[in-house]
Design a protein. Structure first.
Length: 301
């Protein structure tokens, strides 16, 4: 894929406080989370950013539901050593524009959530999300990927024998769950039959995969917060290319053939917030895979 190195990255918005987990609304606005502002932020086509909803803590990602509401991974209020002014319970939240967040889940199967990170709706309406806890390789929280059914019942979707910090999650055409592991630098896949495939370690001396999306052709687009860009992998995990996006690239989302990308602008090594993050866009030939939508109608553990 020779065109990877020549993909043109355009900056759309600046001044963002640890932007992550973007989703695209029907009216074309891109909604991101700003962890340092404890809010969801909507960005217009001209780059104007406005508060969409205040959710407290530190939201890590959001996704649009079929009910028109946004479902949010709320880690509770941490970004590295930084702590939010208003800490809250790690949870899955749901919120409307200008509304107050509703907490849907704080535990699953008796396991309290440590810090939900990324989420995606699967075909059939299941909500899949990663729960790696706080990023702390020296004293890691347990790692989980959970699934929430439309009726609110939930279960472990992927189990881990040891903490790997499963971060970005995506769904492939056959329903497979794909994720990146920030501690190991690896990308893995769980097939619908439960079998797990190791797709290998990202290139580079110290790769830290964060967000992840699937292209229409099955290619994987994996953000690398340490490398400041996105790795493009073949479906079997073979590295095909890389393109720079911005300092500390965190996550991305497809809208047709446009890939929206968030960059934090700083690594999460300090206790003070930084507002040097950006939202950029990249035209990717062929675009992304289909987007699935769902809603959670109940709350059951």
């Amino acid at each position: 894929m020779d065109e990877v190195a020549t993909l043109e990255v355009d900056i759309v918005a600046t001044g963002l406080g640890w932007p992550e987990g973007p989703t695209v609304l029907p009216d074309g606005r891109v909604v991101i989370v700003e962890s340092y502002r404890s809010q969801l932020t909507a960005i217009d086509g001209d780059g104007t950013a406005r508060q969409f909803a205040y959710v407290a803590g530190a939201p890590n990602a959001c996704v649009l539901g079929s009910d028109g509401l946004l479902y949010v991974c709320q880690n509770g209020g941490t970004t590295g050593p930084w702590r939010a002014a208003e800490m809250t319970t790690p949870s899955i939240q749901r919120v409307a524009e200008g509304g107050k967040p509703e907490i849907l889940l704080t535990e699953i199967a008796g396991i309290r959530l440590n810090g939900p990170n990324d989420l995606v709706f699967a075909p059939g309406g299941r909500l899949i999300f990663s729960d790696p806890g706080t990023y702390n390789p020296g004293n890691p929280d347990p790692s989980y990927i959970f699934a929430v059914n439309p009726d609110g019942s939930a279960q472990i979707a992927v189990g881990f024998d040891e903490p790997t910090f499963p971060n970005g999650v995506a769904i492939e055409a056959d329903g497979s769950i794909v994720w990146g592991e920030s501690y190991t630098g690896r990308v893995k896949r769980q097939r619908p039959d439960g079998s797990v495939e190791d797709l290998g370690r990202l290139p580079g001396a110290n790769p830290i995969p964060d967000g992840l999306k699937v292209g229409a052709d099955g290619r994987l687009y994996v953000t690398d917060i340490a490398a400041n860009g996105i790795h493009v992998l073949k479906p079997d995990g073979a590295a095909e290319g890389f393109f720079l996006c911005g300092k500390a690239t965190t996550n991305c989302v497809f809208s047709g053939d446009i890939l929206w990308v968030t960059n934090a602008g700083v690594l999460a090594t300090g206790s003070d917030p930084s507002f040097g993050g950006t939202l950029c866009c990249v035209h990717v030939p062929g675009g992304g895979g289909p987007t699935h939508y769902g809603r959670i109608d109940g709350r059951k553990s």
